[in-house]
Design a binder for this molecule. Structure first.
Ligand code: AMP
Length: 281
């Protein structure tokens, strides 16, 4: 497995892959890898001849009072995991390498970027779209793999790729969970044992939504108020949002008559976690 830290190095690798006629898959990550990330890597391994994984804690997608500086960083152990998965190349640039001084160009996917996490994290999706566009331009993958865990991110990236005619196919992989239902996240490492128990409230709220939907309820406001009850019983958790939206444009849906996304975000102590499910009529 090769480790590239410079744009020129990863470009040389990618050009060699394309010259050989092989297909290149990219898995963009911020590192602190867990089984969720590795499921993307395995999907990439199954669908592409050559697999590249990027590890970059992207400063532009963090707000001023967010966890950018304390976000977990373990390049060495991440690389060991990726080597075991048969990854061909890791791209782990510095912030200086990715953002030249006085960089002035942003990718802003309008409307979608102001929904769900974009509402509580202004500028977050502008940072995400910009760095993913840059990674696509640098690595030039044929396929790129993202997790359904970040459902709004998937909507933003899909829209960007479509609107800007980017020659890459987006593959979305299912959410990987702990056995008790908690969605895997690098931020779970912040939770103390009490908070780890409290964090189950996100999954519990989604299960309530699924239950009332399966029982026949189609009114989105009724489903979401039922789901939010999980938070009343868990006062240690602070709900940020629980919304039922169209998974493609992230606009709220009043009635569930086609596939709809139930997305939840909550603070457990100072840790902000997200989760979601799709309701399929
Ligand atoms: P991150 O390192 O948090 O930026 O995540 C990198 C990629 O891994 C994103 O596409 C995430 O959606 C995906 N991912 C993170 N957690 C999970 C999970 N529990 N299951 C599936 N994919 C995930």
């Amino acid at each position: 497995m090769k480790l590239a830290t410079k744009i020129d190095e990863i470009r040389a690798q990618s050009h060699a892959v394309h010259r050989s006629g092989a297909g290149l898959g990219l898995v963009p990550t911020m590192g602190a890898l867990h089984e969720g990330h590795l499921s993307l890597v395995r999907a990439a391994r199954a669908k592409s001849d050559v697999v590249a994984v990027s590890i970059f804690v992207n400063p532009t997608q963090f707000g001023p009072n967010e966890d950018f500086t304390r976000y977990p960083r373990n390049l060495e152990s991440d690389c060991a995991l990726l080597e075991r998965e048969g990854v061909d190349v890791v791209f782990a640039p510095s912030a200086e390498e990715m953002y030249p001084k006085a960089a002035a160009t942003w990718v802003n996917v309008e409307r979608l970027s102001d929904r769900l996490c974009g509402k509580s994290r202004p500028g977050h999706f502008r940072g995400v779209a910009t760095v993913v566009a840059k990674l696509f331009n640098i690595v030039e993958p044929d396929l790129a793999f993202f997790g359904q865990k970040d459902a709004a991110q998937v909507a933003v990236i899909n829209r960007m790729v479509r609107d800007l005619n980017m020659p890459v196919q987006i593959e979305v992989c299912p959410i990987v969970r702990e056995t008790d239902g908690l969605a895997l996240s690098s931020r779970n490492a912040y939770l103390n044992p009490d908070e780890r128990k409290m964090a189950l409230v996100l999954h519990a709220s989604l299960q309530r939504a699924q239950k009332v939907f399966s029982d026949g309820e189609r009114d989105a406001s009724k489903i979401s108020s039922e789901a939010k009850k999980a938070f009343v019983w868990q006062p240690g958790a602070r709900l940020d949002y629980l919304e039922i939206v169209n998974p493609d444009d992230l606009e709220p849906v009043p009635t569930i008559n086609k596939r709809s996304l139930v997305a939840v975000a909550a603070f457990i102590g100072s840790t902000r976690l997200i989760d979601n499910i799709l309701l399929e009529p």
